[in-house]
Design a protein around this ligand. Sequence first.
Ligand SMILES: Nc1ncnc2c1ncn2[C@@H]1O[C@H](COP(=O)(O)OP(=O)(O)O)[C@@H](O)[C@H]1O
Ligand SMILES: [Mg+2]
Length: 124
Amino acid sequence: MFGLRIRKGSYRNVLLTKKYAIKFPIFSSWENFLRGILCNINEVKYSTINCQHLCPVLCSYLGSFVIVMPRVKVDCSEQTRNKFWSEIEKQPYSEREVYKNIVEWKTDSVGYLGEQIVAVDYGH
Ligand SMILES: Nc1ncnc2c1ncn2[C@@H]1O[C@H](COP(=O)(O)OP(=O)(O)O)[C@@H](O)[C@H]1O
Ligand SMILES: [Mg+2]
Protein backbone atom coordinates (compact mmCIF):
# COMPACT_ATOMS: atom_id res chain seq x y z
CA MET A 1 0.00 0.00 0.00
CA PHE A 2 1.26 3.56 -0.86
CA GLY A 3 4.34 1.90 -2.40
CA LEU A 4 5.68 1.03 1.08
CA ARG A 5 7.78 -2.08 1.49
CA ILE A 6 9.42 -3.75 4.47
CA ARG A 7 12.80 -5.46 4.23
CA LYS A 8 14.04 -7.64 7.06
CA GLY A 9 17.72 -7.54 7.96
CA SER A 10 19.65 -9.47 10.60
CA TYR A 11 18.94 -6.87 13.30
CA ARG A 12 16.77 -4.23 11.68
CA ASN A 13 13.53 -3.84 9.82
CA VAL A 14 13.68 -1.36 6.99
CA LEU A 15 10.61 0.50 5.82
CA LEU A 16 11.08 1.63 2.23
CA THR A 17 9.18 4.62 0.88
CA LYS A 18 9.65 5.99 -2.62
CA LYS A 19 12.65 8.10 -1.56
CA TYR A 20 13.72 6.90 1.89
CA ALA A 21 14.77 3.85 3.89
CA ILE A 22 13.73 4.03 7.55
CA LYS A 23 15.63 1.60 9.76
CA PHE A 24 14.60 0.45 13.22
CA PRO A 25 15.54 -2.56 15.38
CA ILE A 26 13.80 -5.93 15.11
CA PHE A 27 11.93 -7.17 18.17
CA SER A 28 12.73 -10.89 17.96
CA SER A 29 14.76 -10.87 21.20
CA TRP A 30 16.17 -8.37 23.67
CA GLU A 31 19.70 -9.04 22.39
CA ASN A 32 18.78 -8.53 18.73
CA PHE A 33 16.82 -5.42 19.61
CA LEU A 34 19.91 -3.92 21.30
CA ARG A 35 22.12 -4.99 18.39
CA GLY A 36 19.72 -3.23 16.02
CA ILE A 37 20.06 0.02 17.95
CA LEU A 38 23.85 -0.40 18.02
CA CYS A 39 23.93 -0.93 14.23
CA ASN A 40 21.95 2.28 13.81
CA ILE A 41 24.31 4.16 16.16
CA ASN A 42 27.33 2.86 14.20
CA GLU A 43 25.86 3.87 10.84
CA VAL A 44 25.20 7.39 12.17
CA LYS A 45 28.83 7.55 13.32
CA TYR A 46 30.42 6.13 10.14
CA SER A 47 28.18 8.23 7.94
CA THR A 48 29.90 11.37 9.25
CA ILE A 49 33.36 10.31 8.00
CA ASN A 50 32.27 11.13 4.44
CA CYS A 51 33.21 7.93 2.66
CA GLN A 52 31.67 8.34 -0.78
CA HIS A 53 30.70 4.66 -1.08
CA LEU A 54 28.64 4.56 2.15
CA CYS A 55 24.98 5.45 1.84
CA PRO A 56 24.60 8.53 4.09
CA VAL A 57 22.35 8.69 7.14
CA LEU A 58 20.14 11.73 6.59
CA CYS A 59 18.75 11.96 10.10
CA SER A 60 18.26 9.96 13.26
CA TYR A 61 15.72 10.03 16.08
CA LEU A 62 15.42 8.87 19.68
CA GLY A 63 19.13 8.18 20.22
CA SER A 64 19.37 6.40 16.82
CA PHE A 65 16.45 4.09 17.57
CA VAL A 66 15.27 5.19 14.11
CA ILE A 67 17.54 6.34 11.28
CA VAL A 68 16.70 7.54 7.79
CA MET A 69 18.77 6.98 4.63
CA PRO A 70 17.98 7.78 1.03
CA ARG A 71 16.50 4.77 -0.73
CA VAL A 72 19.11 2.89 -2.72
CA LYS A 73 18.46 0.55 -5.65
CA VAL A 74 19.85 -2.53 -3.93
CA ASP A 75 21.28 -4.96 -6.48
CA CYS A 76 21.82 -8.49 -5.21
CA SER A 77 23.92 -9.65 -8.16
CA GLU A 78 27.38 -11.04 -7.62
CA GLN A 79 28.56 -8.70 -10.36
CA THR A 80 27.47 -5.57 -8.44
CA ARG A 81 29.04 -6.78 -5.22
CA ASN A 82 32.31 -7.39 -7.09
CA LYS A 83 32.06 -3.96 -8.72
CA PHE A 84 31.61 -2.38 -5.28
CA TRP A 85 34.72 -4.06 -3.90
CA SER A 86 36.78 -3.22 -6.96
CA GLU A 87 35.82 0.45 -6.47
CA ILE A 88 36.93 0.15 -2.84
CA GLU A 89 40.31 -1.21 -3.97
CA LYS A 90 40.89 2.13 -5.73
CA GLN A 91 40.50 4.11 -2.49
CA PRO A 92 43.43 5.25 -0.35
CA TYR A 93 44.66 2.62 2.12
CA SER A 94 43.11 4.11 5.27
CA GLU A 95 39.68 4.50 3.65
CA ARG A 96 39.86 1.02 2.14
CA GLU A 97 40.49 -0.46 5.58
CA VAL A 98 37.40 1.32 6.95
CA TYR A 99 35.19 -0.26 4.27
CA LYS A 100 36.69 -3.69 4.85
CA ASN A 101 36.03 -3.45 8.58
CA ILE A 102 32.46 -2.22 8.48
CA VAL A 103 30.63 -3.24 5.27
CA GLU A 104 28.71 -6.51 5.41
CA TRP A 105 30.04 -8.97 2.81
CA LYS A 106 26.59 -9.84 1.48
CA THR A 107 24.97 -9.38 -1.92
CA ASP A 108 22.04 -7.39 -0.50
CA SER A 109 24.33 -4.82 1.15
CA VAL A 110 25.17 -2.77 -1.95
CA GLY A 111 23.36 -0.89 -4.68
CA TYR A 112 23.09 2.38 -6.55
CA LEU A 113 22.34 5.81 -5.20
CA GLY A 114 21.92 7.56 -8.54
CA GLU A 115 25.13 6.68 -10.39
CA GLN A 116 27.13 6.05 -7.24
CA ILE A 117 27.68 2.51 -5.98
CA VAL A 118 27.21 2.43 -2.19
CA ALA A 119 26.88 0.09 0.78
CA VAL A 120 23.68 0.25 2.85
CA ASP A 121 24.63 -2.15 5.65
CA TYR A 122 27.72 -0.98 7.54
CA GLY A 123 26.69 -0.84 11.18
CA HIS A 124 27.94 -4.22 12.41
N1 LIG B 1 19.17 2.75 2.13
C1 LIG B 1 18.54 1.64 1.70
N2 LIG B 1 17.86 1.65 0.52
C2 LIG B 1 17.22 0.55 0.07
N3 LIG B 1 17.18 -0.62 0.74
C3 LIG B 1 17.82 -0.70 1.93
C4 LIG B 1 18.53 0.43 2.48
N4 LIG B 1 19.06 0.05 3.66
C5 LIG B 1 18.71 -1.23 3.83
N5 LIG B 1 17.97 -1.70 2.80
C6 LIG B 1 17.41 -3.05 2.61
O1 LIG B 1 17.04 -3.58 3.87
C7 LIG B 1 17.78 -4.77 4.14
C8 LIG B 1 18.09 -4.83 5.62
O2 LIG B 1 18.89 -3.70 5.96
P1 LIG B 1 20.33 -3.90 6.62
O3 LIG B 1 20.96 -2.56 6.70
O4 LIG B 1 21.06 -4.98 5.90
O5 LIG B 1 19.93 -4.38 8.07
P2 LIG B 1 20.70 -5.42 9.02
O6 LIG B 1 21.96 -4.73 9.41
O7 LIG B 1 19.78 -5.63 10.16
O8 LIG B 1 20.97 -6.67 8.21
C9 LIG B 1 19.01 -4.69 3.24
O9 LIG B 1 19.52 -5.95 2.94
C10 LIG B 1 18.48 -3.98 2.02
O10 LIG B 1 17.83 -4.89 1.15
MG1 LIG C 1 21.94 -6.81 6.41
